[in-house]
Design a protein. Structure first.
Length: 257
């Protein structure tokens, strides 16, 4: 059902079974795949592609121009996958030419009310942004990460898979995968054990990650030496430990500790 007050450009592509509520605005070139539901007063700007069976609630702003001084009106995109939930007054912005031209959002993510995703972010699958969480530009968030309410993430940071960020936390450095982080300037507080168990990680994997965490972040060793010690341990054969090590090695901003 498309409400008669919705303003839809004739050059927008609307898939089968899409619902569009009152006073929604859909600009030219927008692509909305089948089964997606668009609530009242939602604005979806040119350059936006939305996948199947997404739910976008009232007053959300999708694919707006990036809040970047260098942006001069170039054509850029926001690409969103399937089955994402976008709650009230969420803002998701397009990319910039300098950042690759596109913001990319995967599948099955949940953006709670008033959360914000800035230009050129790359978000994986099953990521949660709680109410008021804000991402600056060029951020990478891996699968299954959770960003707590009212938390802010500095531009160019990375958040690892299965990491959990507490509410009202400031992220200025990369947060390694599988970890808990909290604080005005985020510090690590151990492994996200509850989250890992909920996702059915084995006890052996959790034990290996705990040992790696203690060695890297709590042994007092210099980071390079701690990584070398983990590499020489049999736990380094665990895929999750290897991912943790790779994440740390490739950090450009530095690692929250």
């Amino acid at each position: 059902m498309i409400h008669p007050t919705a303003m839809i450009d004739p050059k927008a592509e609307i898939g089968e079974g899409v619902e569009i509520g009152p006073y929604a605005v859909i600009e030219k070139g927008v692509i909305i795949d089948q089964g997606t539901r668009i609530g009242p007063h939602v604005v979806i700007r040119e350059g936006t592609q939305i996948g199947k069976r997404c739910q976008i609630f009232q007053f959300a702003s999708i694919g707006e121009a990036p809040q970047a001084v260098a942006y001069k009106g170039e054509k850029t995109t926001l690409l969103m996958g399937d089955q994402n939930i976008v709650r009230e007054s969420v803002t998701l912005h397009r990319g910039t030419i300098r950042g690759g031209g596109k913001t990319v959002i995967g599948n099955d993510n949940f953006f709670m009310a008033y959360s914000h995703v800035a230009h050129d972010c790359q978000i994986g699958n099953q990521v949660f942004l709680y109410n008021g969480a804000s991402l600056a530009g060029h951020i990478i968030i891996e699968d299954h990460a959770i960003i707590g309410a009212l938390s802010g993430v500095h531009q160019f940071c990375r958040i690892g898979t299965h990491a959990m960020i507490s509410g009202i936390t400031g992220i200025v450095l990369d947060v390694p995968p599988y970890m808990l982080a909290a604080g005005n300037r985020a510090k690590l507080y151990g492994l996200n054990t509850v989250g890992l168990k909920r996702h059915h990680f084995s006890e052996e994997t959790i034990k290996a990650l705990k040992k790696a965490y203690r060695t890297i972040f709590r042994s007092g060793l210099a980071l390079e030496n701690a990584i070398r010690e983990v590499e020489e341990d049999k736990i380094s054969q665990t895929p999750e430990v290897q991912h943790l090590l790779d994440f740390i090695r490739h950090s450009q901003r530095g690692i929250s500790r």
